[in-house]
Ligand binder design. Structure first.
Ligand code: ADP
Length: 359
């Protein structure tokens, strides 16, 4: 009984809304009837169109389309001669009626689409705000847990080490969530400036050297362009490359080599991370860039929550670049990070400009 209550109430509210719009429609029609001798086709069409738009804005697509159909019939019956019949004396009036119906349907559809988009945008904003505030609130207790576990481990309790490791994992997850919401909301601070590609590669290799446990990561530079420069944020691009290398280490067998290469392709610098893992099936290639998405078959005990690639792609886009994945000939994946390239002469100019502003 208590479950039926809200359903019955919402059904009653639905009927009330429909009755209200029927009443409004009848009101507009009866108000126009005595004025028929002085109203032109355009006046009637505009009055009904306004009613349809109002219905679209307040009551949604179903009521607006129903109103448009009733308005079409009423327009013909009451306002186009001969009155009181659906027949039309002037064939041109068919054009007026059809134009009215088309305008009503198109306007209703557009209204509906913009309402849905606005609602979607609103929910994305609400989700980002929730994530940002949750991550903030979780950080402080996690820092306390980690500090306490650290104290306990120094007194010889082995379990404290596990607590510390798990706290670290949670901390990293919370930091990733916060970053994702910052990148998506466009509030991440980027220092976009001329940087050398080789420096970025070197820093990325150094960063992963701890985790690679001696696995071979070979490097290939562009022989045609020994000096490669781009305009990008060094720290954030480093983060993307480290994520790609981490993934290559995680998702490919330990005895298979990993390769990182950089080359110039038109106006872009292309950093390619290649592995000989099981690859990403074609159907999953778009989805792995969605937050929290891990394809079926990803081992649950593999560290990570499915956020790395979504953050990386958002960071690449924020720098006017891109991040894509392709299948590698002979098996494995090729992840390509593209960033805007600059010519060496541009770099010299920009460095000179920088120096003169520093003075
Ligand atoms: P996570 O590694 O935490 O799951 P990511 O966003 O970095 O999150 O990756 C999402 C998913 O994409 C991974 O779970 C994995 O299934 C797949 N993936 C990423 N990199 C590779 C790779 N080099 N080879 C095969 N699959 C990969």
């Amino acid at each position: 009984m208590s479950e039926l209550g809200p359903r019955v109430r919402s059904e009653a509210a639905r009927w009330r809304t429909w009755l209200l719009w029927v009443a409004l429609f009848a009101l507009v029609t009866t108000a126009m009837l005595p004025l028929r001798p002085i109203l032109s086709d355009a006046h009637v069409a505009l009055a009904y169109l306004l009613l349809v738009l109002f219905a679209g804005a307040r009551a949604g697509q179903a009521i607006a389309l129903t109103t448009a159909c009733f308005a079409f019939l009423s327009f013909d019956w009451f306002f186009l001669p001969p009155f009181g019949t659906l027949a039309l004396a002037n064939p041109l009036h068919w054009f007026v009626l059809v134009a009215f119906l088309v305008a009503s349907v198109v306007a209703t559809r557009l209204f509906d689409r913009s309402r849905n988009e606005a609602a979607l945008l609103e929910s994305v904003r609400a989700r980002d705000a929730l994530i940002a505030s949750l991550s903030h609130d979780l950080r402080t207790p996690l820092t306390t847990i980690k500090a306490l576990a650290h104290d306990l481990s120094s007194s010889g309790d082995d379990r404290a080490l596990t607590i510390e490791e798990e706290a670290d994992r949670l901390h990293a997850l919370v930091a990733d969530l916060l970053d994702l919401s910052r990148v998506n909301s466009g509030t991440v601070q980027l220092a976009i400036e001329p940087n050398e590609a080789e420096d970025l590669l070197g820093a990325a290799l150094q960063r992963v050297s701890g985790q690679s446990s001696g696995r071979a990561i070979s490097v290939r530079l562009d022989e045609k362009h020994p000096l490669l420069f781009g305009r990008f944020d060094f720290a954030q691009s480093l983060r993307i490359l480290v994520n790609l290398l981490d993934n290559a280490l995680k998702y490919s067998p330990p005895d298979k080599p990993i390769e990182i290469a950089v080359h110039r392709d038109g106006a872009s610098l292309c950093f390619v991370v290649a592995d000989r893992g099981r690859g990403v099936p074609h159907s999953q290639r778009g989805r792995i860039f969605e937050p929290f998405y891990r394809p079926p078959g990803t081992q649950a005990d593999t560290h990570g929550a499915g956020l790395g690639l979504s953050i990386s792609r958002a960071l690449a886009k924020a720098q006017n670049g891109s991040l894509t994945v392709h299948a590698r000939d002979g098996g494995g994946s090729l992840f390509t990070l593209r960033l805007p390239a600059i010519d060496v002469t541009d770099t010299t100019e920009s460095e000179e400009a920088q120096r003169s502003t520093d003075k």
